[in-house]
Ligand binder design. Structure first.
Ligand SMILES: *[C@@H]1O[C@H](CO)[C@@H](O)[C@H](O)[C@H]1NC(C)=O
Ligand SMILES: *[C@@H]1O[C@H](CO)[C@@H](O)[C@H](O)[C@H]1NC(C)=O
Ligand SMILES: *[C@@H]1O[C@H](CO)[C@@H](O)[C@H](O)[C@H]1NC(C)=O
Ligand SMILES: *[C@@H]1O[C@H](CO)[C@@H](O)[C@H](O)[C@H]1NC(C)=O
Ligand SMILES: *[C@@H]1O[C@H](CO)[C@@H](O)[C@H](O)[C@H]1NC(C)=O
Length: 385
């Protein structure tokens, strides 16, 4: 939670400082969310470190806003400055630049002679140090949460887990390592849950995924049931709110079942189990059926093509191609089924997701490839007989 290089003996003054800053920012209504000045070392006026730091901070707004992420070193050891800055994935370059500009000015006021500091805003974060932390995956995170809570604590936790897991997968696989998501039909008071997750784009997909998961799996006890919370770290950031806060439309849109968790439980496990069974059985059966068809058809087609090697059967060859395409689509689908199953353990929210995904896959096959597939199979069986 605190910088790795802060020794425990210096924790008390640091805590005191954080408290002081928290009071200070709430009094002034300052835009910055939090800042921590490293207590590990300070530099002198007119020192080389100071000039390196000034150089770093003065170029930060323009350099750091090009891609929204900047990992920099300025100067030579032992006066080298190491810095990481990250803008929120949904802000544009000018907003990013303005935020970094504010950060670089504020941090010199708030932590005037500290060799290292972290500062966080809504749109950007900045961390610099005289220690090389650039390749460390230590997140040095700070949690923040809304003081109000919801009444449906368990339901919120379940839905959040599902939504944040999906958003994490999305972010980890995207080049920006950023994702926004929403889940509708939470409650009538708070219809939609909104989430945002982001990693520094230099993290590998699996490091990003791990970093984000460590923030919400499990959700820190302080955050359970809150109307909003975020964890801000040097490596990854997550946030959820019950009102919209993103500047871009949600990349991921899920729907929660309308019934609340307690109602569903008292309605008996029978209904739940039946829904689950159906949700799994229908796509599984469809997949099995299609796979069998593909197998038979592909095998027969191959046999026929081999038998009449010089006979051109364009219709059949097209058939085979589309079958192979379907096969890979199906592999993807079935792989996802098992993953969704895993997600579904212990949470009724996931059951809905299976159904939704299953419908999507059946729908996909219905519209194009499924018809193609049947046509090809009929052609192939007819040609053979
Ligand atoms: C730092 O440099 C400035 C200008 O060169 C000078 O006025 C100031 O006295 C110096 N401060 C220290 C502590 O050496
Ligand atoms: C960036 O976003 C702000 C606020 O949404 C907008 O006013 C501004 O015109 C945008 N700038 C650019 C260059 O798109
Ligand atoms: C997406 O991310 C998840 C989790 O990080 C991973 O299991 C999956 O293989 C990734 N998919 C792709 C297409 O990279
Ligand atoms: C807490 O969350 C509610 C619902 O999103 C919001 O209206 C309220 O402004 C938040 N309070 C704080 C202090 O952020
Ligand atoms: C979600 O809520 C809306 C509005 O209350 C409703 O029309 C819709 O049927 C609900 N969807 C599901 C899947 O429950």
């Amino acid at each position: 939670m605190f910088p790795a290089n802060v020794s425990s003996s210096s924790l008390f003054p640091l805590l005191g400082f954080v408290l002081l800053i928290l009071c200070h920012s709430s009094l002034t209504g300052a835009q910055n969310l939090d800042q921590i000045c490293d207590a590990s070392g300070s530099f002198a006026d007119n020192s080389t470190y100071q000039s390196n730091l000034k150089l770093y901070l003065s170029s930060l707004p323009s350099k750091g806003s090009v891609s929204g992420f900047l990992k920099e070193t300025v100067g030579e050891v032992p006066d080298q400055v190491y810095g990481v800055s990250l803008c929120r994935g949904d802000v544009n370059a000018s907003e990013c630049r303005a935020c970094l500009n504010k950060a670089s000015l504020d941090v010199q006021q708030i932590c005037p002679y500290n060799k290292g500091a972290m500062i966080y805003y809504d749109y950007c974060l900045l961390r610099f140090s005289n220690q090389n932390f650039l390749s460390s995956t230590d997140n040095q995170q700070v949690p923040k949460y809304n003081s109000s809570s919801v009444t449906q604590v368990v339901r919120l936790s379940q839905l959040l887990h599902l939504l944040l897991s999906s958003a994490t997968d999305w972010a980890a696989n995207s080049t920006k390592r950023f994702a926004t998501g929403e889940m509708s039909n939470f409650t009538s008071e708070f219809p939609t849950i909104y989430v945002m997750v982001e990693c520094t784009p230099d993290l590998s997909p699996s490091d990003c995924s791990q970093c984000l998961q460590s923030l919400f799996d499990p959700l820190p006890t302080d955050m359970v049931g809150r109307q909003g919370a975020r964890v801000i770290g040097v490596r990854c950031v997550m946030r959820y709110e019950l009102s919209s806060f993103s500047k871009v439309p949600s990349m991921l849109k899920l729907t929660a079942p309308l019934e609340d968790a307690t109602q569903l439980r008292s309605a008996g496990k029978k209904k739940n189990a039946a829904t689950t069974a159906l949700a799994i059985a229908i796509p599984a059966f469809t997949a099995l059926l299609i796979l069998s068809l593909i197998y038979i058809c592909y095998w027969r087609t191959r046999k026929r093509i081999i038998q009449s090697a010089y006979e051109t059967v364009p219709e059949l060859i097209t058939g085979v191609e589309s079958l192979l395409f379907d096969l890979s689509t199906l592999r993807l689908a079935t792989a996802n089924f098992s993953e969704e199953n895993k997600l579904g353990e212990g949470g009724f929210g996931a059951v809905y997701k299976i159904q939704k995904e299953a419908n999507n896959y059946v729908g996909e096959l219905d519209t194009g490839s499924f018809v193609e597939l049947l046509k090809a199979c009929f052609t192939c069986t007819r040609n053979l007989s």
